[in-house]
Design a protein around this ligand. Structure first.
Ligand code: PLP
Length: 419
């Protein structure tokens, strides 16, 4: 439906569009960012060496209890080098022009952003997608176990923590250990979230954080790779700056990349880090306000394991009960729905929110449904949970700067969708 149709629909009568847009998740600058960026400019340390880089690497390694942190240009670059490092550890150095995972299968989270899994393809590997569990929306341990039965030769697992909610990290680790598999942990969305008291980013053989503009803290861009091995950290720093040998000329004996973080970006990250806890508290308040405000509707919030984990509440999401879904049809390029009394669907709610100047988003479309990964195997212990969450779920406007008044109006709009 067109925007005007919502604004003129009697179901939404008396509701005015938000004067200020409510964003999904936008950057929040404080004062310290400018201080560290200015300092970098004034001292002329603006390239890929400098005090900001040193300090963010130190601070992240310490915070996450890891031996080493390597500051990179983005989370995707960090995932690429983490994946490549695992491939080389497992299978040896590839010939020039070849990936480290050629001819190898890798188990990957299915419901995530494609940046989690694309690095497997960059390295020539074949991603096998593992279904999602209902209780955290992360990689399902039972499906992972099943995948190892089907493909016992697999030695690498790439898993993400979705929307700031930790997966069952210890269970997944136990399964991987039993099969001698390494873990690349994508904690891009979950900085500050804990599982049994330990922060995400501390569970992988190599782990990754993102400072993309919409994450819980941002550098405007940027990523961080974490490892306990000094040798790996030194190698990855070298790869990220074009793999120059310590020779008197430009000499290269390994493949190189231009993936290093700049000292300017590191200044923004450095200024944001003291505000992480404050952002998490704001995001939690948003989540709890939705949970209260939507309690009477046939919906659930994105679930987490309250006994064992504390999410960072990066995004608040909804799952509509199956019997409260109106008819909704999605092809690869479009979505339609047919509204019905007492029912709604993600397409209707997202369109209604957009008409009233609020930004929601569909759930990450599962990787096994992506045209680019057609033909890749998908292993599931319990039907296709990913597809079900994708069909019935959506991400709500979750900006930490959203006012209670804006959020109340969003909650009212969602109620009207079910009228
Ligand atoms: C944002 C994100 C990334 C990519 O990080 P960039 O810094 O944008 O490259 C990877 N994985 C997940 C799950 C993400 O949400």
């Amino acid at each position: 439906m067109k925007k005007e149709c919502y604004l003129e629909d009697p179901r939404f009568s008396g509701i005015a569009p938000l004067a200020e847009r409510a964003w999904l998740s936008s950057p929040t600058m404080h004062r310290e960012e400018k201080f560290y960026v200015d300092e970098a400019i004034e001292t002329n340390w603006v390239s890929t060496i400098g005090a900001n880089i040193n300090e963010v690497e130190r601070a992240f390694a310490q915070r996450l209890g890891r031996g080493h942190a390597v500051a990179l240009s983005c989370g995707t670059a960090a995932l690429h080098l983490a994946t490549r490092m695992c491939g080389i550890r497992l299978y040896g150095q590839p010939a020039t022009g070849h990936g480290s995972l050629e001819g190898r299968r890798v188990f990957c989270s299915d419901m995530t952003f494609d940046a989690t899994v694309n690095p497997v393809a960059y390295e020539g590997g074949e991603a096998i997608f593992i279904d999602t569990e209902r209780d955290t929306w992360n990689m399902d341990p039972a499906s992972l176990e099943l995948a190892f039965e089907k493909y016992p030769d697999v030695r690498l697992v790439v898993l993400a923590h979705l929307y700031g909610t930790p997966g069952k990290t210890e269970e997944l680790r136990r399964i991987c250990d039993r099969h001698g598999a390494l873990i690349v942990e994508d904690a891009a969305e979950s900085l500050g979230a804990t599982y049994r008291g330990r922060e995400t980013g501390s569970f992988g053989d190599l782990s990754v954080i993102s400072f993309n503009g919409n994450k819980i803290i941002t550098g405007s861009a940027g990523g961080m790779l974490l490892t306990d091995s000094e040798e790996e950290a030194l190698t990855i720093r070298k790869w990220s700056t074009q793999s120059r040998d310590p020779a008197p000329w430009y000499q290269h004996s390994e493949m190189g990349y231009n993936y290093r973080m700049s000292n300017i970006i590191a200044g923004v990250v450095r200024g944001q880090l003291p505000h992480l806890e404050e952002h998490i508290a704001q995001k939690r308040a948003v989540y709890e306000r939705y949970r209260e405000g939507l309690r009477d509707l046939p919906v659930q919030m994105n679930p987490f394991d309250a006994a064992n984990s504390v999410p960072n509440f990066w995004l608040s999401c909804l799952l509509i009960d199956g019997n409260a879904m109106c008819r909704q049809e999605r092809t690869d390029l479009r979505a339609d729905y047919w509204t019905a009394p007492g029912r709604s669907c993600p397409t209707e709610i997202l369109e209604a929110l957009a008409a009233f100047n609020a930004e929601g988003r569909p759930i990450w479309k599962p990787m096994h449904l992506q045209p680019i990964y057609k033909g890749h195997d998908f292993v599931s212990a319990e039907g296709d949970v990913s597809a079900d969450i994708f069909r019935r779920g959506l991400c709500l406007p979750s900006d930490n700067k959203m006012t209670p008044e804006q959020q109340d109006r969003i909650i009212e709009i969602i109620h009207r969708c079910f009228d």
